[in-house]
Design a protein around this ligand. Structure first.
Ligand SMILES: C[S@@+](CC[C@H](N)C(=O)[O-])C[C@H]1O[C@@H](n2cnc3c(N)ncnc32)[C@H](O)[C@@H]1O
Length: 202
């Protein structure tokens, strides 16, 4: 599923996107949140007013910067295991005192970290979402929210198994089961923006 920001009938919908961040991602050839997800994160953090945010799988920090803009009083801890992306993120954000970039595997970090957070945004390897949820819940403050990006995998989770390239089937199966588990056991909402955003509250 591609976002519909360029729909000619809804002109100006992407006006609030931070185009310079998406340009960075394009130049660096790195994946990043879709503009509509970035705008949503900025809107949501502005209204939620979290003071502590954990981001798991921050890449070059596009989503980190949307969230820090929305919640100027928050400390953002942004984790990724890709050294060159993290270096690029740190360099781009050297004047931003809110964001602390941490080079680590996400699961290792969330298992060992002792801090707790109001908001946890997760955009790391989709196959690991169930295990990351398990640990993230332990790090979430009461009333906090966890947000997962890309849970529809560009619409792949809605396709027949036989329509999918073989290599995508394992992750699609994990995501389907993951979403069904959330639907049955947690207070949640699913948003059809970007490639699917799943929100879970505690
Ligand atoms: C889609 S990108 C994140 C983009 C980011 N949200 C943004 O908007 O700029 C996913 C990132 O997760 C990182 N990642 C995936 N699995 C990880 C893991 N187990 N530990 C640490 N980082 C991981 C990858 O290195 C990649 O940079």
């Amino acid at each position: 599923m591609k976002n519909n920001l360029l729909n000619p009938y809804v002109k100006g919908l992407s006006d609030c996107a931070r185009s310079e961040l998406h340009l960075d991602a394009k130049v660096k050839k790195t994946p990043s949140v879709e503009p509509d997800v970035g705008m949503f994160l900025e809107f949501f953090t502005r209204s939620m007013k979290p003071t502590s945010i954990l981001e798991l799988g921050c890449g070059i920090g596009v989503s980190s910067r949307y969230m820090s803009a929305g919640a100027p009083n928050a400390q953002v801890t942004a984790v990724d295991y890709n050294k060159s992306r993290l270096e690029f993120a740190s360099e781009s954000c050297k004047d931003n005192k809110q964001i602390n970039f941490v080079l680590s595997d996400v699961i290792k970090f969330v298992r060992e970290d002792k801090s707790t957070y109001d908001l946890i945004f997760i955009d790391s390897m989709k196959k690991q979402y169930p295990i990351v949820l398990y640990y993230a819940l332990k790090r979430l403050n009461d009333g906090g929210v966890i947000i997962f990006d890309d849970v529809f995998m560009y619409g792949d989770i809605f396709k027949q198994d036989c329509e999918l390239p073989r290599k995508y089937l394992p992750v699609v199966l994990v995501l389907r089961e993951f979403i069904n588990n959330i639907k049955q056991n947690y207070t949640h909402t699913l948003l059809p923006i970007g490639s699917g955003v799943l929100m879970v509250s505690k």
